[in-house]
Design a protein around this ligand. Structure first.
Ligand code: TXA
Ligand code: MG
Length: 324
């Protein structure tokens, strides 16, 4: 199969129309969201959803997020309550996924057999037009299982070229890390995966919540205390082929290899003359990882002072460094 590149930056309507036609025919099309590129399939077509697991080499017990274009779409897939309505007003469309009791219309394969479903409304014009024409769509991140999530159409092609019908190119993703996953199906709300919408912002809307995976710095390396977690969290997370050293300290990292790539915050980016230094941010993290691998860098050093990194970014760099 030859994977078609559909350029939505140049020919928005015709690219989206072609992508929608492919999806309605049961084919797989990767598309941009504000977070990362998703690998889309018709959420009502169990066979197409099966192809998503195959194309990504994703374990069948890891459920998918159903992408919809509005609150009405959420109500059709899941049982909602007043908390959902409040969160929608505050954050949707946006990088927040809710785990809710599923309705029967959501094929069991999309939910990996669970009684719950994850839903979100992406904040990206290409994604929203595509959903208007061919939604709802299941969409895991459009990478091969075990690779970093893709934030450009090129990243998608590097992993999935020849395995999917098309990639809809909408340019680089604005956010760059995956959505916050909030589970509202249990006794009390819990964050299963941190993202750029933080715990405090959510608590300001619905009151106190729990966190599944602690991103508190002093607990680095300690086992998680609460179970169960998002099924996806039990799989070994992506770590770059290049070793990652994470330095969260008031002291600067001392010795840097000549083949090291240093990723650090705006405050420190000019402090290391002679070392290749790039800005550490959600928007560019996964691209930096893929580049460091391609360029055969010897080491990636990530440096920030305690308290400097927001929780979603801290979670991803800890995972890359094998610290959780
Ligand atoms: O930003 C994002 O969320 C991106 C874009 C494409 O929307 N999607 C994404 O999907 O990151 P994926 O499949 O790579 O990650 C979905 C996460 C997994 O950790 C999965 O286990 C969890 O959400 N999840 C999905 N359905 C769930 C459910 N019913 N209960 C608990 N966790 C669930
Ligand atoms: Mg993923």
């Amino acid at each position: 199969m030859i994977t078609e590149l559909l350029d939505a930056t140049d020919n928005f309507s015709s690219a989206v129309r072609k992508a929608a036609n492919l999806l309605r025919a049961g084919r797989l099309v990767a598309f941009p969201t504000e977070t990362v590129y998703g690998l889309g399939a018709d959420a009502c077509n169990a066979e197409a959803i099966g192809e998503v697991f195959r194309a990504k080499e994703r374990p069948a017990d890891n459920p998918l997020i159903v992408h919809v274009r509005d609150m009405e779409g959420i109500r059709r897939c899941a049982a909602t309550d007043p908390r959902v309505e409040k969160l929608a007003v505050a954050f949707m469309p946006g990088p927040l996924t809710l785990v809710l009791p599923a309705r029967d219309v959501v094929p069991s394969i999309a939910r990996a057999g669970l009684p719950t479903v994850a839903v979100r409304i992406p904040d990206n014009p290409v994604a929203l037009s595509l959903l208007a024409e061919a939604g709802p769509l299941v969409a895991p991140s459009a990478n091969l299982s075990g690779r970093p999530s893709p934030t450009t159409a090129r990243h998608v092609l590097d992993d999935l070229s020849g395995r999917i019908a098309a990639v809809l190119d909408g340019g680089p993703c604005r956010v760059g890390i995956e959505s916050t996953v909030l589970d509202l199906s249990g006794d009390r709300p819990r964050i299963l995966r941190p993202g750029v919408i933080g715990r405090q912002e959510i608590e300001a809307v619905i009151g106190e919540i729990g966190v599944e995976v602690s991103t508190v710095e002093h607990r680095i390396g300690e086992p998680d205390v609460e179970a169960p977690r998002a099924p996806g969290m039990k799989y070994r997370h992506y770590a770059p082929a290049v070793p990652v050293q994470l330095v969260i300290s008031d002291e600067r990292p001392a010795l840097l290899l000549s083949g090291a790539l240093l990723l650090t915050t705006e405050r420190h980016v000019d402090d290391f003359p002679g070392t290749r230094t790039e800005l550490l941010s959600e928007a560019t993290l996964y691209d930096q990882f893929r580049r460091a691998e391609e360029e055969g860098m010897e080491e990636i050093v990530i440096y920030a002072q305690p308290g400097e990194l927001p929780e979603g970014l801290l979670n991803r760099v800890m995972k890359a460094a094998g610290r959780m």
